[in-house]
Design a protein around this ligand. Sequence first.
Ligand code: SIN
Length: 303
Amino acid sequence: MADMSVTLCGLKLDNPVIPASGVFGYGAEFKDFYDINILGSFSFKGTTKEPRFGNPTPRIAECCCGMINSIGLQNPGIEAVISEELPNISTYFKKPVIANVGGYSVSEFVYCAEMLSEAPQVGIIEVNISCPNIHRGGANFASDPKSAAEVTAAVRKVSKKPIFIKLSPNVTSIADVARACEDAGADGLSLINTLLGMRIDIKRARPVIANKAGGFSGRAIFPVALRMVYDTAAAVKIPIMGMGGVATAKDVIEMMMAGATAVQIGAENLRNPFVCKEIIEELPSLMAELNIERLADIIGIAQ
Ligand code: SIN
């Protein structure tokens, strides 16, 4: 039987398939489509200290082979996530989850990561320093190695769980930022977040998105994401969760050959809510076709 298991910082996953933060909520809607316990894990919606309504609407724009979002970290806030969402998740998801944390300051990241790392259901803290939608122009803590390292070191000090730093593609060298995070104590990296993009409504001659620009994701960005995972894997020793435009079992194999230990699927879940289930079901036959017995054996073999 095909062995699809992978291990992320000591956490063994049945398979590397993980819905990405922001497209899967807390899993409650998806559990009605299929048994989400087949997933390796899932990363829940980015959590901030206070509840956030997010950015003004419109905050979604359709694009060829993808979409732009400018959600602005809408979420119920850490108190509600800990007292309501996590107990609710434990009724239908029996594996460790990935807690994605967002923030506007180092102290907010620290606060959220420390509290969520205490929760027994949380296996990994994913520190989203790369949201392009919270400051005009998309600047964030992932924009330069120094600020990325500052958040990483501060969160590392307080987290009882492995921390994965989520990196931005909107930089000159993602490998430089990755190395800075590794040196500052990151246990792993998640990449890539969305690419800054925009659309214009030609009837109104105005940007479609109220915030003007947003983060572009979806199938169109897969080659960009793959290249960045490849470069980053060559630059660091810590494990990587690869993401960006992944939509098929073949994409998962490519990401892993580039150097990802696990693979997150984002925008495609919004187009096809069954995509993760389909990928998990398709992987064994693709592995057989490629003579792969253990999926873990292909991590980084294209390097
Ligand atoms: C958002 O809530 O704006 C999306 C989060 C992200 O892209 O990091």
